[in-house]
Design a protein around this ligand. Structure first.
Ligand code: CTP
Length: 403
C-alpha cells in the first residue's frame, strides 16, 4: 500500500469532470490513503455526495454550518486532519475565490485554515483557462505556495479540443505517491566537506603546553550537520573530549602545524571547508625534550607565529567555498568582516565569545553569518547542533544564488 495512512482531503468543485473525481477517490483509497471529501454546491449538481461517501467510506462535507461532531469545528478540524489537500476538479470560479481569500462555503473556508500543502487540478473550457483573469489568479495562488496539476490537452466536454481537461486520476495518484514517498536528494549529496574543530595544542616541553578553551562543540556540530545533509565529511580535530559524530571520517591532530598538513591533504577536491577550530596563533619557539626546571625569578617564553591555515587556504582557493569563524570579544561584526576580506573567505560565522548565551564550552551559540556577497544574517541563541544545520542549509541555499 503506497499511501498507507496518508490523509488526503479532496475538495471537489463544479464541472463535468466531477465524475473523474469519484475515480480519483477510489484509486486513492485503493492505494491505502484515508480520503475525506468536501464538495461545493455546484459539484453536487453533477454527482451526488453518496458516490463519494461510498468510495471514501467517510462522511462528505459541503455545509460549513453542518457540524457533525460537536467536540470540534468541522472546517478547522478537516484542515488540520489533512496531510495533503487536493482540489480536483477546480473551476475558474473557485480559483478566483481562493486567489482572493474569499471563504463562502465549506471548501473555500477550510482552505483558508489549511497549513497542509494544497494542490489544484484545474478543469475548464480552454478559453476560460486562457482568460487573463484566470491566469492572474493562478499566478497569485502559485506565489501563495499553492501547486498546480496542469490540465492535459484533449477533447473537452464543451466540444473544444485544447487545454482544460482534468488530469487523469491515475496520474494524480502517481503525483500524490511521489509527494509522500520520494525523498528529495539532500542538499550536500555528492559534496565533500572538511571541518576543523577544537583547539590546537602547542607543546613547551613533555609536560606543558599552550592551548585555549575551545571545546570543539561547534565544529563537531558542523561536521554532524554536513554529514546529515548528505556530504562526505572529514573532521580534523584538535584534542577534545567529544564523541565523533556518526558517519564522519575523524582525523585527530594536536598542533597547528599538524592541522595545516591534514587540511592540505584534503583541500584540492573539497567543496566546502569549515574552519571552526581555534587554532593557536603562536607556539613556543623552542620545544624542550626534557621537562624545564624551575629557577628563581621570573621566566619568559619566546613564541613564534604559527601558519594562518585559513589565510593560506584563501590564497590557494580555486573552486572551494571557504567558511571561517571569528571568535571575538569586542566589535565582533567589524573584526569578523575584516577577516572575511583578509582571508579571502566566502562566509564568516562571527561569535562574540563573551556573550553569556553562547561561546566556548557552551552547548548553545549566538552568531552572525556574513557572506562575501553581502548577505548578513543574525541567528538567535540556539543549541549548537540546531544552529549548525541552519548555518549549513543557509550557506548551501544562498550560495547557489549569490556566490
Ligand atoms: N585560523 C587559522 N589558522 C590560524 C588562526 C586562525 O586557520 N593560525 C582560522 C580559525 O580557524 C578561524 C579564523 O581563522 O576560522 C579566525 O580565527 P580567530 O582566532 O577568530 O582570528 P585570528 O585570525 O587568529 O585573528 P585574531 O587573533 O587577531 O582575532
Amino acid at each position: 500500500m503506497l499511501l498507507a495512512n496518508k490523509k488526503v482531503l479532496l475538495c471537489v468543485t463544479g464541472g463535468i469532470a466531477v465524475y473523474k473525481a469519484v475515480a480519483l477517490v477510489s484509486k486513492l483509497s485503493q492505494s491505502g490513503a484515508h480520503v475525506k471529501v468536501v464538495m461545493t454546491r455546484s459539484a453536487m449538481e453533477f454527482v451526488q455526495p453518496l458516490s463519494f461517501q461510498v468510495m471514501s467510506r467517510n462522511d462528505v462535507y459541503f455545509d460549513t454550518f453542518d457540524e457533525k461532531d460537536s467536540s470540534v469545528i468541522a472546517h478547522i478540524d478537516l484542515a488540520n486532519w489533512a496531510d495533503l489537500i487536493l482540489v480536483a476538479p477546480t473551476s475558474a470560479n473557485f480559483i478566483g475565490k481562493l486567489a482572493n481569500g474569499i471563504a463562502d462555503d465549506m471548501a473555500s473556508t477550510l482552505l483558508l485554515a489549511a497549513t497542509a500543502p494544497v494542490w489544484i487540478a484545474p478543469a475548464m473550457n480552454v478559453h476560460m483557462y486562457e482568460h487573463p483573469a484566470v491566469l492572474r489568479n493562478i499566478d497569485r495562488l502559485y506565489r501563495d505556495g499553492v501547486r498546480f496539476i496542469e490540465p492535459s490537452e484533449g477533447f473537452l466536454a464543451c466540444g473544444y479540443v485544447g487545454k482544460g481537461r482534468l488530469e487523469e486520476p491515475e496520474r494524480i495518484v502517481e503525483l500524490v505517491d511521489s509527494f509522500f514517498n520520494e525523498t528529495p536528494p539532500l542538499p550536500l549529496t555528492g559534496k565533500k566537506v572538511v571541518v576543523t574543530a577544537g583547539p590546537t595544542l602547542e607543546r613547551i616541553d613533555p609536560v606543558r603546553y599552550i592551548s585555549n578553551f575551545s571545546s570543539g562543540k561547534m565544529g563537531y556540530a558542523m561536521a554532524k550537520a554536513a554529514f546529515e545533509l548528505g556530504a562526505e565529511t572529514i573532521l580534523i580535530s584538535g584534542p577534545v573530549s567529544l564523541e565523533p559524530p556518526e558517519g564522519v571520517k575523524l582525523i585527530r591532530v594536536e598542533s597547528a602545524a599538524e592541522m595545516l598538513e591534514a587540511v592540505l591533504d584534503h583541500y584540492t577536491d573539497a567543496d566546502y571547508i569549515v574552519k571552526s577550530a581555534a587554532v593557536a596563533d603562536y607556539r613556543p619557539k623552542t620545544v624542550y625534550d626534557q621537562k624545564m626546571k624551575k629557577k628563581d625569578g621570573a621566566a619568559s617564553l619566546e613564541l613564534e607565529r604559527t601558519t594562518d591555515i585559513l589565510k593560506t587556504l584563501g590564497e590557494m582557493k580555486t573552486t572551494q567555498r571557504l567558511i571561517g569563524f571569528a571568535a571575538e570579544t569586542t566589535d565582533a561584526v567589524t573584526y569578523g568582516k575584516g577577516k572575511l576580506e583578509a582571508k579571502n573567505l566566502d562566509w564568516i560565522i562571527i561569535n562574540d565569545v563573551t556573550d553569556p548565551a553562547g561561546g566556548f564550552g557552551s552547548d548553545a551559540n549566538v552568531v552572525t553569518l556574513i557572506s562575501r556577497s553581502g548577505v548578513e544574517l543574525q541567528f538567535p541563541a540556539m543549541e549548537k547542533k540546531e544552529l549548525a544545520k541552519k548555518l549549513f542549509t543557509t550557506i548551501v541555499h544562498e550560495g547557489q544564488d549569490s556566490l
